[in-house]
Ligand binder design. Structure first.
Ligand code: C2O
Ligand code: CU
Ligand code: CU
Length: 483
């Protein structure tokens, strides 16, 4: 919140216009103790501890997720700073500029501090950043999309609470003979209370008309498989993905899977439903896709009650046949294909820990030399070979990518570092219809290679990582350098 002003959870929604740069001075007023238990992590580069926080203050740095941002303003994990002026090795000031040189999109901002992101975001350091453009404006004024008065941005986050209502994040398990290192990492966090915009299982009163819903999975680790149900189906149409519109509106016939970091731009049609109640429900197992089936109450997200009187002065939109001139493509020729690895490695005590690396060399630690170095103004294909047993949402900073598709594969794997040889891939599967718009986070399922194509338009050091924040904080993150 503003200094001395109201504090909001989540943070306020910022609205920007495409083509008009924005400057934000992000001031850190966090105290010298964290709201949540800070366990020292296993890697010494991730060095924030209760002790350093009590001395220096809680570090924070803001990243605009989905933004095509200069490296100085991107919120690199090492660019953190505290209220007491202590700064990380890549700090370059707190005044960030956002070029907004991209199309209308549902972006979001959140903390990205090295080794503390899961706790800072959990405590509330996240909010929406809506980018609007001319094409969207025209679609709205010709009544092809709902009027902004009937637009709702909804961030879904799972949490746990102490009996007195304070936010709870489980303490790290204590030292034991099996885990001699003492406080340990928590491999994932799954809370039983689902919050939408900071409120538990809220009820939204709506008119019997079409609403535009921008959903964001802002959870630490939980995936959602969402459907809207109330005895009879409400037509729901997908109109956009992470970073912009789909070519054509896509009526959803299956539940929508949203991984941490992903967004979905939807139109829900409550026409003719006056008096009815609809629940947005979740049935995604944790971890995804083969984990424990969802337990109540985490199967309930949000209730819509169609109880508001219809305001006939606002025209009902008619969705267009096309929302953009053609399908989203990265049009440039590919200069290089990189084969990247998701591998269940081990921490210093032999416990499983998913990590990133390259297919040829195996996994690399966070501070090992950079291996991904695209040239400026070139397009590359990145292939993510997932040899772990879970789906990981892989996010790249700087770019909006095109999802090319997936293929099942088998390979021989070096048990130590995970390097692959004798890779045999099955015929490629095209992307799902829900992934055909511009994306910045992609679900990489186990046993498959997931392929994306991106254009790298700015120089500098950025990161790519798993967006399950417990994984990101424990080294499922690597730098890449455009140079
Ligand atoms: Cu939304 Cu690097 O993160
Ligand atoms: Cu990002
Ligand atoms: Cu992960």
């Amino acid at each position: 919140g503003p200094p001395g002003g109201a504090v909001a959870f989540p943070g306020p929604t910022l609205i920007a216009r495409s083509g008009r740069p924005t400057t934000v001075n992000w001031l850190n007023h966090l105290p010298r103790h964290h709201l949540l238990p800070v366990d020292p992590t296993l890697h010494q580069a991730f060095s924030h501890s209760t002790h350093t926080i009590a001395r220096d203050g809680v570090p924070a740095v803001v990243h605009l997720h989905g933004g095509h941002t200069d490296a100085d303003s991107d919120g690199h994990p090492d660019a953190w700073y505290t209220a007491r002026g202590v700064t990380g090795p890549r700090f370059s000031g707190s005044r960030y500029s956002y070029a907004n040189s991209q199309e209308a999109a549902t972006l979001w901002y959140h903390d990205h501090t090295l080794g503390l992101t899961r706790l800072n975001v959990y405590a509330g350091l996240a909010g929406f950043y809506l980018l609007r453009d001319r094409r969207e404006r025209e679609l709205i004024t010709c009544h092809r999309l709902p009027d902004p008065r009937y637009e709702r941005e909804l961030v879904i986050q799972d949490r746990m609470f102490h009996p007195d209502g304070r936010l709870a994040y489980p303490d790290a398990p204590a030292a034991s003979p099996a885990w001699p290192g003492g406080p340990s990492i928590r491999p994932e966090f799954f809370g039983q209370v689902l919050l939408v915009n900071g409120r538990a299982w809220p009820c939204a009163a709506v008119e019997p008309r079409q609403y535009r819903l921008r959903l964001l999975n802002g959870s630490n680790s939980r995936f959602y498989r969402l459907s809207l149900d109330g005895g009879r189906p409400v037509p729901v149409t997908l109109i956009g993905t992470d970073d912009g519109f789909l070519h054509r509106p896509l009526p959803l016939t299956e539940p929508l899977v949203l991984a941490p970091g992903e967004r979905a731009d939807l139109v829900a049609d409550f026409r003719g439903c006056a008096g009815a109640t609809f629940d947005l429900g979740n049935d995604a197992p944790t971890p995804f896709p083969d984990g424990t089936p969802v337990l109540p109450p985490a199967d309930k997200v949000l209730r819509f009650q169609v109880t508001r009187p219809y305001d006939a002065r606002v025209p009902e939109p008619r969705l267009p046949a096309a929302l953009r001139p053609g399908p989203f493509r990265v049009p440039r020729p590919v200069t290089r294909t990189r084969r990247l690895l998701l591998f269940e490695g081990q921490d210093a005590y032999g416990r499983p820990k998913p990590l990133l690396g390259t297919v040829e060399r195996g996994t690399s630690a966070w501070d090992a030399p950079v291996t991904e170095t695209p040239r400026p103004h070139t397009a590359e294909i990145w292939e993510f070979f997932n040899t772990t047993s879970d789906t990981h949402p892989i996010h790249l900073h700087l770019v909006s990518f095109q999802v090319l598709g997936r293929a099942a594969f088998t390979a021989d794997q070096d048990p130590a570092g995970g390097a692959l040889s004798n890779i045999r891939t099955e015929p490629p599967e095209p992307p799902d219809g829900t992934e055909t718009g511009p994306k910045d986070t992609v679900q990489a399922p186990p046993g498959r290679v997931t392929r994306v194509k991106a254009f790298f338009d700015r120089c500098g050091t950025y990161v790519w990582h798993c967006h399950m924040l417990e994984h990101e904080d424990h080294e499922m993150m690597r730098n890449f350098q455009v140079r």
